[in-house]
Design a binder for this molecule. Structure first.
Ligand SMILES: Nc1ncnc2c1ncn2[C@@H]1O[C@H](COP(=O)(O)OP(=O)(O)OP(=O)(O)O)[C@@H](O)[C@H]1O
Length: 260
């Protein structure tokens, strides 16, 4: 059974349709990319998947259980099985990096305080943030914030991680380090990862599978591994995105006097 199954999701804000017919599955241990141009609905899709916003229709199944049809107790149990890194890292600003990770562990595990701290230090070491454990988020660089957010998301070793633009705003070397870290997390914990990204090097380096949401037709127009999609030239918009080419021109309007 798929770890995550998304079935015929329709996403809208009021009357405004964002995407329809969104369906895909994520298997244990795979790295799945959510791609598409700005404003096509990638972050909104993640919010539907992690329980922050109900979709207009369709189903989101975590381990075979429909999240939006589940009881509060079932949802709580499902939430313990995934971690999330938000675009802004969303660290608690008045707490140190270590306290941020410990608080997540207090919420998600039955570890006592000493064990939480030991585990938090271990995870911070793993993401290269051991020296920043006692710092407040405001004093961290963008890349360090992302790594601290990642440490918080993976501390309880959830089988599924959602990462919203993990490498956005990072320089190419920090971005590459973060990609390596994501691969390392998958290797060590076997976690599946669903990530939103505009970064071509990341998409090609780490994604095994993915979906491309089209802002114009408001539906997915490609599904597969980014490196295969770019070879297969599946759709001009996907090609433009993955090759960083100018998007295709819209069809020219008929010139006055042209036959209809
Ligand atoms: N709370 C909201 N109310 C109304 N419209 C919204 C809301 N949040 C997002 N939108 C709209 O929904 C669409 C999708 O937004 P979303 O942030 O999911 O796109 P995205 O693909 O993640 O964009 P980007 O790549 O720029 O981050 C946009 O047109 C956005 O303006």
């Amino acid at each position: 059974m798929a770890l995550l199954s998304v079935q015929n999701l329709e996403m809208r804000f009021g009357e405004k349709l964002i995407q329809r017919d969104v369906s895909f599955e994520v298997q244990a241990g795979s790295i799945f990319a959510v791609m598409g141009g700005s404003g096509c609905g990638k972050s909104t899709l993640l919010r539907h998947l992690v329980g922050l916003l109900p979709p207009a229709s369709g189903a989101v199944l975590h381990g075979g259980v429909d999240y939006w049809a589940a009881t509060d107790a079932e949802r709580e149990a499902m939430r313990l099985k995934f971690g999330m890194l938000f675009q802004s890292a969303a660290l608690w600003s008045s707490m140190t990096v270590l306290e941020n990770v410990c608080l997540a562990l207090a919420r998600q595990t039955a570890l006592d305080e000493a064990a939480q701290e030991a585990r938090a230090r271990e995870v911070l070491e793993w993401v290269g943030m051991a020296d920043a454990a006692d710092k407040l988020p405001a004093s961290l660089s963008g890349g360090m914030k992302k790594r601290a957010g990642l440490a918080r998301a993976i501390a309880s070793e959830p089988p599924l991680l959602f990462l919203d633009e993990p490498s956005a705003g990072l320089d190419p070397i920090s971005s590459r380090r973060l990609d390596d870290l994501i691969l390392d997390i998958r290797e060590r914990t076997g976690a599946a990862v669903v990530f939103v990204s505009h970064e071509l090097p990341s998409l090609f380096a780490i994604a095994d599978d993915g979906i491309f949401l089209d802002a114009d037709s408001k539906q997915p127009i490609a599904h597969g591994r980014p490196s295969e999609l770019v070879k297969a030239r599946v759709h001009p918009t996907v090609d433009a995105f993955l090759r960083r080419e100018a998007p295709p021109d819209p069809p020219a309007p008929p010139a006055p006097g042209d036959p209809a």
